[in-house]
Every structure is written in structure tokens, then in C-alpha cells.
Write a protein that binds this ligand. Sequence first.
Ligand code: DX5
Ligand code: ZN
Length: 218
Amino acid sequence: MFELCASILAANPENLARDVQDAETAGVDAFHIDLMDGCFVPAVSFDTRVVRAMRAMTKKPLDVHLMVDRPLNYVEELADLGVESISVHYEVPGGAEPALKAIRAAGLKAGLVLNPETSISAALPYLEQIDQLLLMTVHPGHGGQAYLSGSNEKITAARAMTQILGSSVVIQVDGGINLKTLPGAYKAGARSIVAGSAVFCGNIQKNVLRLQSEPDLE
Ligand code: DX5
Ligand code: ZN
């Protein structure tokens, strides 16, 4: 079993409420919201107003992925808006620790994100401070990219690290997940799966059903 987090970056912005309702009815477990500031990544996506709107649209958990230079500045507002989890990049200037501490102090689940080129060992000092380890399986900043080769090996290494240390940290993957790539990521040890295009492009009900009933995951 895995948790399916629908990344609303791929939803239709003109019909966000309808797409979110469809995904919820289809049975997604949570919604993943990418906040980009145009500095940590070149693109700009949603800001906290979209998080507020999402909170009014759904009771499902909201999982926020901060692709911003100053994650600490967002934590209090996101906690007040009622999100369940916030993930912070290892690569941010000054390091992720202050924001991770603030997220936990606010009573939320904390996630550490590793870019594709960052090695798994970077997460070692953080394992006690986090609930999920998000491995980027594409370069952050855009939806609809291809799953990077070598990602499954990285998930396997992360899973081995958490098992050896007796850590209950959940491994989450983000980027390029579809019916072809999901089985490999799952088998390697990912148990929280972020999917944008694979959920929102085309028929949402069918997409979610197919992802959740992927036979290779038995
Ligand atoms: C990419 C974002 C992802 C994105 C995934 O930087 O973090 O959450 O929405 O999109 P897909 O599933 O289309 O690769
Ligand atoms: Zn994301």
C-alpha cells in the first residue's frame, strides 16, 4: 500500500475546485502543493493564497513542498492555514534545520527534500527531525518531466538507510511518476507517491483508479 498525493501543479487552474473534487472523489489520499519563489527555482507557482483556497475545498491532508530560498518565513502562515505536512529542501541557503524545527514545533509533519544530485547520506543527520524524506525524481521546478534514471537505486539506498537505523521515516517520491514508473519506485521502497500529470491530465477518475490498482504492486 502507498499514499497517493495529487500534485495540483498539473490541475487546471481555471477549474481547480472541480479537479480537486474529482481527485478527492476518485480516492486520492492527499493533495501536494508546490510553492516556488522564482529564486530557489526559476519558476514561480502558487503562493499561500492557493493553500487557503485548497483548505476551503478539501478536508484531505495538504502536503506542501517548499521550493523557496527562505522556507522558515512560510511555516507559521502554513500552520495557521491548517496544512498537515511541509517539506523543505536540503539545498536551501543556510540549511533546512531551522525550518524543520519550526514545522515540528508547530505540530506538523516535517519533510526533507533531496534534489536528484544530492546524495542520500545528506539526510542522515536529519532523520530524527523528519517524518518523510522526499526524493526528487526530476529536477525541481516543473511538472510533466521524465522520471530520472538512477532514481530507483536512490530510493533503494534511502530505504536501506532507514531500515538499518530503525527509522520510521516515510520515503516520498516526486516527479515523473506514471503507470510505468510507479512499480519501480514502489518496489524500491517509496510509500508516498506524488503524481501531477498522471492524475490530472485526462480523466481524473480513471487515472487515479489505474494508479491505485497497479497490478505490479501486489
Ligand atoms: C516538480 C514538482 C512536482 C510536480 C510533479 O518540481 O515538485 O510536484 O508537480 O509533476 P509530475 O507528476 O507531472 O512530474
Ligand atoms: Zn512537488
